[in-house]
Design a protein around this ligand. Structure first.
Ligand code: NAD
Length: 314
């Protein structure tokens, strides 16, 4: 089977391409990526058919989607702060771009489409854990654009019978996730700072909590969704309901690295939610065989990856 991955040169995309190519049922992987945040390095050594271009370009999309059994749609302009800086661009890529991908899937004969929404859609809704039927309350343009991503996908399922699965990713972490830029996620920022002997920056008091999912678990679920062509009428949380606050992440890193690690508190970021934790009932019903990688094991694997990359670059 052929699988197309939009945003395949990104963090999750690069990990997913690797996993898909290891699966005996997958014969071909095609990628479309404009390399705005992704990089060719993430696909190094992989036998993928890469089209360098934007999902906003219908002709480019047709080139990669032809003959695809499933399109995994990961391409997006990520990060809450980036969306506050340029909401229109975020809308264009994340909302309009999703409609373009869904149209391409229709033109390709009705390919199965798996889309990446986000836990940020729950936003200001304080209820925990986050169950999919809670009212979405986006508090950033990014979150609103991700709500549009999943809404369009599910509407195409209802309107045109397109088989779709809309995942709400929570905080994904692991190898290939970049650090060292303004919009970097928290775990790579912490690990990079720790290995570079710099204080770990924390926005706010550090008591905010997240349901972190190791990228290997995310790609396992995505691959199974692709191979079994899993669909669902509503969105599906892709996280397993384990919640950890940032100060505890720092404590765990101290243990792993056997180092004191200083922290540096900075002002809280606008648009950030306080706590996040998934209800994983729907996910476990659809994917009963997936056992998530434990947080500490994932953190160790992430540290190892950062270490080996630093060594290779030294
Ligand atoms: P990423 O930035 O590493 O990957 C996104 C990829 O899309 C990049 O390779 C980028 O170059 C590409 N891209 C951006 N605009 C494009 C365009 N117009 N045309 C073609 N390619 C384009 O981010 P990621 O962390 O791998 O996230 C993948 C998906 O998962 C995104 O949709 C993101 O919103 C979603 N998500 C991620 C997380 C997380 O914790 N990482 C959480 C929630 C949702």
């Amino acid at each position: 089977m052929k699988v197309t991955v939009t945003g395949g040169a990104g963090f999750i995309g690069g990990n997913l391409c690797r996993r898909l190519l290891d699966h005996p049922d997958v014969t071909e992987v095609a990628v479309i990526d404009d390399l705005s945040t992704g990089s060719l390095e993430n696909l190094e050594g992989l036998d993928v058919d890469l089209v360098e271009g934007s999902i906003l370009d219908a002709a480019m999309l047709d080139r990669v989607c032809v003959g695809a059994s499933t399109v995994v749609h990961l391409a997006a302009r990520g990060s809450v702060p980036r969306s506050l800086a340029d909401p229109v661009r975020t809308h264009l890529v994340n909302a309009t771009g999703t409609v373009e991908v869904l149209e391409a899937a229709r033109r390709a004969g009705g390919a199965h489409v798996v889309v990446a929404s986000s836990s940020s859609v729950y936003g200001a809704n304080p209820e925990l854990p986050k169950r999919e039927h809670l009212a979405p309350m986006p508090v950033s343009p990014y979150a609103a654009s991700k709500l549009a991503t999943e809404s369009y996908a599910l509407a195409y399922q209802r309107s045109f019978g397109l088989p779709v699965l809309a995942f709400r990713f929570f905080n994904v972490f692991g190898p290939l996730q970049p650090a060292g830029h303004d919009y970097a996620a928290v775990i790579p920022t912490f690990v990079d700072a720790a290995l570079g002997d710099r204080p770990l920056p924390i926005h706010g008091d550090g008591c905010q909590s997240r349901d972190f999912t190791f990228v290997g678990t995310v790609t396992e679920v995505l691959t199974e969704a692709v191979v079994r062509r899993v669909t669902c009428e509503g969105p599906v949380n892709l996280a397993f309901g384990s919640r950890i606050d940032l100060l505890s992440v720092v404590a765990l890193l101290r243990d792993i690295l056997d180092a004191p690690l200083e922290v540096e508190h900075q002002s809280p970021r606008p648009g950030d939610v306080r706590h996040s934790q998934a209800d994983s009932t729907r996910l476990r019903e659809l994917f009963p065989d997936v056992e998530p990688v434990a947080f500490e094991a994932g953190l160790r694997a992430t540290v190892e990856w950062f270490r080996s990359r630093r060594a290779a670059r030294a």
